[in-house]
Design a protein around this ligand. Structure first.
Ligand code: PGA
Length: 259
């Protein structure tokens, strides 16, 4: 982390877990366990139906509410979809786009990820843009080429003032939900590369200020080591964000780095 230039973001991704009635007890337990925050943004991205409860109970604990997905369209005949202005109207601050599970199970393309990021930015919501390589790509030494393509595609048409509201999350697919974390060095290498791609597109200053997160089996034990890396500005946390004590430990690790 480099807290002089950029914001630390610890974001949970609940995926398809937890009901709305479980939100309040969860937040109360987390609030009791987590340290007082200093310069660290805590976010919980939750299933759409849990958003009102997270906004209500998270406020006191200074937990920002995020969504897990959004439609690329503004409105209309898209049964089941949720538009960015609906999220914004509720008070949602962040939304994940391009998560590998959506790319895989819903065949979301880089173009669609770009359109979703655009829809969010147009409505004042910060996209958390996920990129990451598969194990095959890593073994074929295609990681950097793949990341380069994904970052450039996701940010197409996004100008420097909008970039300031974007968060990038590096999530190697082989590390998600598998218990196999990238080593701090492997994660740092790709996060540093992402920053240099952004430097090429936008220049030094925007690259220095953009927050880049690591995600993929980040947990209470390995968070401190990952967060100590200079280009890792936080985490996108799945499994461990469902356990208040573990999530609080990760927030504390970020807080300690912030001191
Ligand atoms: P994980 O998930 O922490 O359970 O590996 C991370 C993510 O998918 O964002």
């Amino acid at each position: 982390m480099n807290t002089k230039y950029r914001k630390t973001v610890i974001a949970g991704n609940w995926k398809m877990n937890m009901t709305a009635s479980e939100v309040r007890p969860f937040v109360e337990e987390l609030k009791a366990a987590m340290p007082k925050l200093k310069g660290c943004e805590t976010v919980l991205c939750v299933p759409a139906v849990n958003i009102p409860a997270m906004l209500r109970w998270g406020k006191d604990a200074k937990i920002a509410c995020g969504a897990e997905d959004v439609s690329a369209f503004a409105k209309g005949a898209y049964t089941g979809e949720i538009a960015a202005n609906m999220l914004a109207d509720l008070g949602v601050k962040y939304c994940i786009v391009g998560h590998s599970e959506r790319r895989e199970y819903h065949k979301e393309s880089d173009m669609l990820v770009n359109a979703k990021a655009r829809a969010l930015l147009d409505n004042g919501i910060s996209p958390i843009i996920c990129v990451g390589e598969s194990l095959e790509q890593r073994e074929m030494e295609l990681t950097m080429a793949h990341i380069n393509y994904q970052v450039r595609a996701a940010l197409h048409g996004v100008d420097a003032s909008e970039l300031r509201r974007c968060v990038i999350a590096y999530e190697p697919i082989w590390a998600i939900g598998t218990g196999k974390t990238a080593t701090a060095e492997q994660a740092e290498e790709v996060c540093r590369e992402i920053r240099s791609i952004i430097r090429e597109i936008y220049g030094a200053r925007p690259a220095r200020s953009v927050s880049i997160l690591y995600g993929g089996s980040m947990n209470a034990k390995n968070a401190a080591e990952l967060l100590a890396m200079p280009d890792i500005d936080g985490g996108l946390i799945g499994g461990a964000s469902l356990k208040p004590a573990d999530f609080a430990t990760i927030i504390a690790a970020a807080g300690a780095e912030n001191e």
